[in-house]
Design a protein around this ligand. Structure first.
Ligand SMILES: *[C@@H]1O[C@H](CO)[C@@H](O)[C@H](O)[C@H]1NC(C)=O
Ligand SMILES: *[C@@H]1O[C@H](CO)[C@@H](O)[C@H](O)[C@H]1NC(C)=O
Length: 458
């Protein structure tokens, strides 16, 4: 069951690059979803908010649910991040915090789709990748949100409505930054599991995975993991061993596993990705179950599953053609977030150094990759303030198991910008009720709602 779930998500979101909100939906019981009250809408946006000479536009999609609406009640916007927006986030489901908040406040509910993702892609030439992605950035996306909120507020029925923005992961950063850049448009924000600090070598990610397996796994689990690595590392050392490894993982016969980047790619998919996903999306009981189970090898993982075998020939890939290319572009030009094995504190050996992970940026940047990331990271942190964004009326929530939390705001920024850390939970746990979540989570979720309601009542 657990593995089934993981295979599905790897096909859907394909990787450790992801801090994809839609992955969360897999853990919710959404069998009763009723989308009849959710409308799909479009708003025309300038392709470039910062250059008035650029006249081209694109259509941005959003969803609207007015079933709880009463006059003077707030507008609540669930911000889309690095994936297609899913209308279920604003369907009538008590599982979702945003929906419950709308019910309690009689709010008008919206969910936006981020530019370049889902159906909100600009209709411009894709012949040149770098030219195509020129208008994809968090800064442009924030202005898209601003123009949407302005458009809504121009409607007399929302004249006295307060505005609340909610987001998780990357869109959690956008929620905090919206309140920071546009306090005149946004009155309060929930920023869940947001990596607000951009960082090139994000070695703390795997440190946190180590913490999660150490704290919540069964005794000896870390040693067990180390042993998995050792067995495969030993196989890689000899020609016979490499043949055996290829059989064990159903790697395509023509792939040369003596090539270093293919070996690094092997560890990326078959070792790190598994561990990362459990830590990022699991609960303590999932970690324990993983530690206890017999190792399985036959993961048919896309996009490396081709023609009946796993293609680990790294040089055969063009990452600009993969369906998560947009997010790779953003990491290469704005955020870094490379989940390296550089840290000495993590026991999972050192098969994914920065120089390997930077290879995914090939084709997305002109010139020197590392320099582009360094400049992007510096620009991002300067623009938004890194770990100390200048905000009030923003609540930052985190789970201790979530490997993204080291890049988040972990200290209260003031009485009206508190941090809530919930132990035994992972990425964006506050946004929806998961089966088997700790009791603490329910209490903290209630606390978040109370804070937001207090802030918009002032
Ligand atoms: C922080 O934001 C407030 C209100 O928006 C503004 O008045 C103040 O100048 C900002 N402080 C800094 C250091 O940017
Ligand atoms: C949460 O876990 C951390 C680290 O393991 C610990 O220091 C802290 O006391 C825990 N908090 C609560 C409320 O249990």
């Amino acid at each position: 069951m657990h593995y089934l779930c993981m295979i599905t998500l790897l096909i859907a979101s394909a990787t450790a690059f992801t801090n994809n909100l839609n992955r969360l939906l897999l853990d919710f019981d959404l069998s009763q979803t009723d989308l009849s009250e959710v409308d799909e809408k479009w708003i025309e946006q300038p392709l470039d908010h910062f250059d008035s000479k650029e006249k081209r536009t694109f259509k941005m999609r959003y969803f609207e649910n007015l079933q709880f609406w009463q006059p003077n009640a707030p507008i609540i916007v669930f911000i889309g991040g690095e994936s297609e927006q899913d209308p279920r986030w604003v369907s009538n489901h008590d599982i979702f915090l945003t929906v419950k908040m709308a019910k309690e406040t009689h709010g008008a509910l919206f969910a936006t789709e981020h530019r370049y993702y889902g159906k909100s892609k600009p209709d411009i030439s894709q012949d040149n990748t770098i030219e195509y992605y020129k208008f994809l950035s968090s800064h442009q996306a924030l202005e898209d949100l601003a123009s949407l909120i302005k458009m809504l507020k121009s409607n007399s029925k929302y004249k006295s409505s307060k505005v609340v923005v909610v987001g998780g992961s990357y869109s959690g950063s956008l929620a905090a930054w919206m309140r920071e850049l546009h306090p005149e448009l946004v009155d309060a924000a929930l920023s869940s599991s947001a990596p607000v600090l951009a960082k090139k070598d994000f070695q703390e990610y795997l440190d946190t995975v180590r913490y999660t397996f150490g704290k919540y796994g069964s005794d000896g689990c870390l040693d067990k993991i180390k042993n998995y690595f050792k067995v495969d590392e030993d196989l890689l050392k000899t020609p016979e061993g490499r043949e055996e490894l290829k059989k064990k993982y159903n790697i395509c016969p023509e792939v040369d596993m003596a090539v270093l980047e293919n070996q690094q790619f092997f560890f990326y998919w078959f070792e790190y990705t598994n561990l990362k996903l459990i830590s990022q999306y699991g609960l303590p009981q999932n970690v324990k179950a993983w530690c206890g189970q017999k190792r399985q090898y036959q993961l048919e993982i896309k996009p490396i599953w081709q023609g009946g075998c796993n293609n680990l020939d790294f040089k055969s890939y063009d990452w600009t053609k993969q369906n998560f290319a947009e997010w790779i572009y953003q990491t290469c030009t704005e955020f870094g977030y490379e989940q390296t094995t550089s840290s000495e504190k993590q026991p999972f050996v050192h098969w994914n150094p920065l120089e390997f992970l930077l290879k995914f940026c090939k084709g997305f940047v002109n010139g020197d990759i590392e320099k582009t990331i360094d400049e992007g990271v510096a620009r991002t942190n300067k623009r938004y303030g890194g770990l100390t964004p200048n905000v009030t009326k923003v609540v930052f929530t985190h789970g201790d198991m979530d490997p993204w939390h080291p890049l988040g705001v972990l200290q209260d920024l003031g009485p009206d910008a508190p941090v809530i850390m919930t132990n035994g939970t992972s990425h964006c746990g506050v946004l929806g009720v998961k089966r088997g979540e700790p009791e603490e989570m329910k209490k903290d979720r209630k606390h978040v709602t109370e804070l937001i309601i207090k802030w918009i009542s002032q």
